[in-house]
Design a protein around this ligand. Structure first.
Ligand SMILES: Cc1ncc(C[n+]2csc(CCOP(=O)(O)OP(=O)(O)O)c2C)c(N)n1
Ligand SMILES: [Mg+2]
Length: 808
């Protein structure tokens, strides 16, 4: 036992001994003091919650010393937050600070059948049967207690807590069902140092911005102010100075060490928040005991007198003394209760330590990225919303599939409206998406047609994504828009750390379905420079469990959006949908006026399967344009014309802007050089269609990857790695592979952009160089063998088909 633990225990024993002669004398049904709503019974219950929290902290250290526990950030000094829980309802959704054991235990007391001690201990020992995260993280979280598990990233929960509060009111306005009473409020707690984080400031600002416009935002912010963040002191008085008189924010302060005061102040704050549906700030000065965590040597940055002064303010001392002085219990009785709780915790800890840990990668990853292909497909193709469509589109005669072919931006616009008709719980929001229709007009007029569900937000991507998460967690299908890829990067932790991790850290019990539309990629004819032409997606693809989609043409975009929404709805997935800005209004493909890049609107029922590439021959205008028909024609052989010669063929794989350029290059390769190039549009960048890639690359023996992303961290690296691993597994020969990527640079303003991104000439150049090289020996052998067997074969296409099938 460390000396600081001993000191805390000794101080508490002294209080019990001081009061050993005293007996219970008060009427426990009466208020603990005049004017308090807290009865003696409730006070003792809360005190018990505090004792329990303390013992759990002490046991966490013992477990750590025995190498049976893995987390020692304590709640010591913060235990009176039990009174915050007492002043709320167990159905008020909670996003909690990591020092919330008191809160958790008290809330568990309010709900039948809870085992908070064992649950917290199993969290400490990373037991696979721990009820919220299943051994994946130490969190305060519980589905029946409406406590959402949080990550360790301080302050990252504020934007989504605000989003959740706003979503409660939006659900009411839209007549959507709520899983808890209509006057529920959100409680969101955090530390004093965290309050300076830009994410916290952004979250609170978003709440005030909305409330200022008279939007209801029923959120109670609770600052547990222990005056320090790890080793850095918060300037004395800073929290009150900064937040005490903030217009639009009701500020309530109480001694966070004292159960009676904390309870009274929280009641007041809760009453205000619940009645007025307005942001409320509860400031609870308190102390931190036992350092930041078990590994923290507090003496390295605090002198012993300071530490002892904090220990003297231990809320267990203060509230035990109050119980004794108020005649609620004698010292001996309290000592007995304290010991008895300690025994209980130690016994439960032994049991928790005996529980198995997660035992395999598969078990660990099971909740990360659920995928039910049949259900997703059925949902994506569901077309039973005819009347709603007709209403939103303004009559059956105005349905988009009846209209003429249109460009990508218009089809996405129609696709979104179509989905707004399908899903009453879908929301479209972001900067400028309402009257302005987004910076590129993609959401034009949607706000007039789907009233209350398409709206502008403040200019803060972090808040936009956070609000989306909070709304998704309540059952909405949020489709936020991020204006440019660069500004997704500005806020990406909301996806990486928060949205994508919720199913993982809740063992699949909670979800925040989400489809983030991001206007991205480059090639805007020299407009805008780097930030409007960001082509970096490495940081998107490596987010565990994330799906990244990037359509190049309108019909695919609509079919992919349907699948994206279905993935969100059926499996709670998070999808990043990157739209190529430069193709938004592109009409033509090969020549001015050919309208080769306009598409008909796919009728409801047509969707593009997750991870399914699209394969073009060298004449895509000959092929289908609708995703469904195209799905049926997935066999590569169904496309294009026979190659001129097996040794003059190659496969180009690309997506988004690169696809459009590759198709143009493919046409010229055939016409000018008699080279046959089959072009694969990946469409989904994570996960991508490895089967089609293998088939196509093997068939031609030469693969040119046109990646408009960066050489480092683009998709091409992953494609090469996947082929190198996968083809030998299939006993198939590796093709010759050339990557043609964006340079590892920011993109310059003006016409010089062309030096750093793939272009048509460059594709042709590389394709020519590639076909000049002999094909890998094995493919050559196969081709010869097959042509010998089939002297009347109708050309290299047949040979390739056979080669491909042979090598499967
Ligand atoms: C974004 C982020 N930066 C840094 C950390 C490391 N860290 C964990 S707790 C903490 C201090 C937080 O202090 P405060 O908000 O006052 O809470 P307290 O621990 O005092 O209760 C820091 C810096 C983190 N978890 N997240
Ligand atoms: Mg602090």
């Amino acid at each position: 036992m460390s000396s600081r633990v001993e000191a805390l225990q000794a101080n508490l024993r002294a209080v019990f001994e001081e009061g050993a002669e005293r007996q219970a004398s008060a009427d426990l049904a009466a208020p603990v003091e005049a004017g308090s709503e807290l009865t003696g019974y409730r006070f003792l219950e809360l005190l018990e919650a505090m004792y329990t929290a303390r013992h759990l902290d002490l046991e966490a250290r013992e477990l750590k010393d025995r190498d049976e526990g893995y987390y020692t950030i304590a709640s010591s000094g913060h235990e009176a937050n039990a009174a915050v829980a007492a002043a709320l309802r167990p159905t008020d959704p909670a996003f909690l600070h990591y020092r919330s054991a008191g809160f958790f235990i008290e809330r568990a007391r309010q709900v039948d059948g809870q085992t908070p001690i064992f649950d917290i201990l199993r969290s400490l020992t990373a037991a696979a049967d721990e009820p919220i995260a299943g051994g994946r993280h130490k969190v305060f979280g519980s589905v029946p207690l409406w406590i959402y598990p949080q990550t360790s990233t301080i302050a990252s929960h504020l934007p989504k807590a605000v989003g959740h509060a706003i979503a409660i009111e939006r659900a009411k306005r839209l007549g959507l069902p709520l899983p808890f009473p209509e006057d529920a409020i959100v409680v969101c707690s955090f530390g004093d140092a965290s309050l300076n984080h830009s994410t916290a400031l952004g979250g609170i600002n978003a709440a005030l911005w909305a409330a200022y416009q008279r939007l209801p935002v029923p959120i109670l912010f609770v600052c547990e102010d222990n005056g320090v963040g790890i080793s850095v002191n918060t300037p004395r008085g800073w929290v009150e100075k900064r937040w005490g008189s903030q217009p639009g924010l009701q500020y309530v302060r109480a001694d966070g060490l004292d159960l009676v005061e904390t309870f009274a102040a929280t009641r007041e704050a809760v009453a205000h928040c619940r009645r007025r549906r307005a942001p409320t700030f509860l400031h609870l000065p308190l102390v931190r005991l036992l350092g930041h965590a078990g590994t923290d040597v507090e003496l390295a940055y605090r002198d012993i007198e300071e530490i002892k002064a904090s220990e003297a303010r231990d809320p267990l001392l203060l509230n035990s003394r109050r119980a004794i002085a108020g005649g609620l219990a004698g010292g001996e009785r309290l000592a007995g209760v304290y010991e008895e709780i300690g025994d209980r915790v130690r016994r439960a800890a032994r049991e928790a330590a005996s529980r198995p840990h997660l035992g395999s990668a598969a078990e660990i990853m099971a909740p990360l990225a659920p995928y039910s292909p049949a259900a997703v497909r059925a949902e994506a193709e569901r077309d039973d919303y005819g009347p709603a469509r007709s209403e939103l589109f303004g009559g059956d005669g105005r349905l988009p599939e009846a209209g003429k072919p249109r460009h990508l931006a218009q089809l996405i616009n129609h696709g979104l409206l179509d989905l707004l008709a399908k899903y009453p719980e879908m929301l479209v929001f972001g900067e400028d998406v309402a009257r302005r229709g987004g910076v590129y007009g993609v959401t034009a007029q949607l706000h007039e047609k789907a009233r209350g569900r398409v709206f502008n937000t403040l200019l803060d991507e972090q808040s936009i994504l956070g609000m989306a998460i909070g709304a998704g967690q309540l059952g909405f299908l949020p489709v936020p828009e991020i204006q440019y890829l660069a500004y997704y990067h500005n806020a990406e932790d909301q996806i990486r750390g928060e949205a994508a991790s919720l199913q993982f850290f809740s063992n699949g019990q909670l979800r925040n379905p989400l489809v983030v539309r991001i206007a991205g990629w480059a090639y805007q004819r020299g407009f805008g420079g780097h930030f409007h032409n960001d082509n970096s997606i490495a940081a998107l693809r490596d987010v565990p469990g994330i799906i990244v989609a990037s359509p190049a043409r309108g019909s695919d975009a609509v079919g992919m959006l349907r699948t994206a929404l279905a993935l969100a709805r059926v499996d709670g997935r998070v999808v990043l949908f990157i739209e190529p800005i430069a193709l938004y209004r592109t009409r033509d493909l090969y020549a001015d006026g050919d309208e080769g890049w306009l598409d008909a609107f796919p009728a409801p029922g047509e969707a593009v399967k997750l991870g399914r590439a699209r394969v073009y021959g060298d004449a895509p205008e000959d092929g289908d344009r609708g995703p469904a028909r195209q799905e049926a024609a997935q066999s590569p052989r169904a496309y294009g014309e026979p190659p001129e010669g097996a040794d003059r063929a190659l496969t180009i794989v690309s997506w988004a802007n690169g696809l459009w350029r590759s198709l143009r290059a493919a046409r010229r390769l055939r016409e000018e050089h008699a080279i046959f190039a089959r072009v694969v549009d990946l469409r989904w960048l994570q996960p991508f269609d490895l089967d089609t890639l293998c088939d196509e690359a093997v068939a031609s023996g030469r693969l040119l990857i046109v990646d408009e992303g960066r050489k480092t961290g683009g998709v091409s690296e992953a494609i090469v790695a996947a082929l190198v691993e996968e083809l030998p597994r299939r006993d198939a020969p590796l093709p010759r592979i050339v990557r043609y990527c964006g340079e590892d640079t920011y993109i310059p303003l003006g016409p010089s952009w062309k030096y750093v991104l793939p272009d048509e000439e460059g594709i042709i150049e590389r394709a020519l160089a590639l076909v000049e090289q002999p094909r890998p020996a094995m493919q050559e052998l196969l081709a010869q063998e097959l042509s010998a067997q089939e002297p009347s074969a109708q050309g290299p296409s047949t040979q390739e088909t056979s080669a491909q099938e042979t090598t499967r």
